[in-house]
Design a protein around this ligand. Structure first.
Ligand code: COA
Ligand code: NAP
Length: 267
């Protein structure tokens, strides 16, 4: 459907869930793909999965924590030793857990802001020097960026910052030929993030009923939009924050999450 033959794609946090599906989808369309996350085991498994999807591409993985700016810099050095340059960066590393602000420690709040927001800044700043012109950055945000949800103050603060980074860097780097956009996944089935917020099949079904399209999303729903955004078909699209959520952000998200929040606090 898309031609990414010979293109170099880097997916940060690309070793599980939504981001891994994005990485595999670029590989399936011909790209060389590098993934990065903290766990070397997850990195190795993701590279094996990429090699299964596309045996002719060059796929590699590096292990680092996005909070450690020196480790991020070293990781990008290793990637460009292989790739020389980067056509597409996907920045999707994130951490989340449900906790009310009153019970959340300062370090708990800081950990999520450090991973999601500072980590995204470190990654985008390092990638900038290696990006081709034209080049593409896609950030993976979350509905919490613009919809308040119980037990998610830390994530809302972090992801709102992520989306403003998208807009700010689209403005600053547009003249260089770099496009920057955010994808905002809705509730995505079979993912760590969704399992943490709705930790039972029954709760996940209730969330599905609050989605106008009446289903939770699939990782492939997000990957499809990433393939579009990185392609020449989207060459006039930058600085946008695109919900891919079956219409959940039209109203259902606030209601469903408020209900999940009430249920969690009763436990
Ligand atoms: N409720 C409240 N506070 C929590 C918590 C929870 N469920 N889980 C962690 N914290 C707090 C810890 O208590 C700690 O604060 P403290 O030092 O004041 O006690 C702080 O968060 C950091 O925890 P730690 O386990 O040391 O962090 P880490 O750097 O090893 O891991 C997390 C980061 C906490 C975000 C971890 O959940 C993670 O690695 N997540 C990645 C996977 C994920 O979240 N996927 C979904 C993406 S949307
Ligand atoms: P996931 O499988 O837990 O993916 C998170 C990825 O980030 C993993 O590869 C993880 O690997 C990596 N990571 C976490 N902390 C890191 C750190 N400090 N440094 C480097 N890498 C780190 O979660 P997911 O649910 O698929 O979420 C993926 C993205 O989608 C996130 O940005 C999330 O906010 C967003 N999102 C998800 C949903 C959903 O329904 N799931 C909804 C909205 C938005 P390691 O553990 O090896 O580091």
């Amino acid at each position: 459907m898309f031609d990414y033959q010979g293109k170099n794609v880097v997916v940060i946090g690309g070793t599980s869930g939504i981001n891994l599906q994005i990485a595999k989808s670029f590989a399936a369309q011909g790209a060389n793909v590098a993934v990065a996350s903290r766990s070397q085991d997850k990195v190795d498994a993701a590279v094996s999965a990429l090699n299964s999807v596309n045996q002719s591409g060059v796929h590699l993985g590096v292990s680092f924590d996005v909070r450690d700016v020196d480790a991020v810099a070293q990781g990008f050095t290793k990637i460009v030793e292989q790739f020389k340059n980067i056509d597409v960066l996907v920045s999707g590393a994130a951490g989340n857990f449900p906790a009310t602000a009153a019970k959340l420690s300062e370090n708990g709040f800081k950990s999520v802001v450090d991973i999601d927001l500072l980590g995204s800044f470190h990654v985008m700043k390092q990638a900038h020097q290696y990006l081709t012109r034209p080049g593409v950055i896609i950030q993976i945000s979350a509905p919490q960026a613009y919809i308040a949800m119980p037990m998610q103050s830390h994530v809302s603060a972090a992801k709102a910052g992520v989306d403003m980074l998208t807009r700010s860097l689209a403005l600053e780097w547009g003249a260089e030929g770099i496009r920057v956009n955010s994808i905002v996944p809705g509730p995505i089935a079979d993912t760590e993030g969704f399992n943490r917020l709705a930790p039972s099949e029954a709760l996940q079904q209730r969330v599905a009923q609050s989605v106008p399209l009446q289903r939770n999303g699939a990782c492939q729903d997000i990957a499809n939009v990433a393939l579009f955004l990185a392609s020449p078909m989207a060459s006039y699209v930058t600085g946008t924050v695109i919900p891919v959520d079956g219409g959940w952000s039209l109203g259902g998200a606030s209601m469903a999450m408020a209900e999940l929040g009430r249920l969690a606090q009763q436990q």
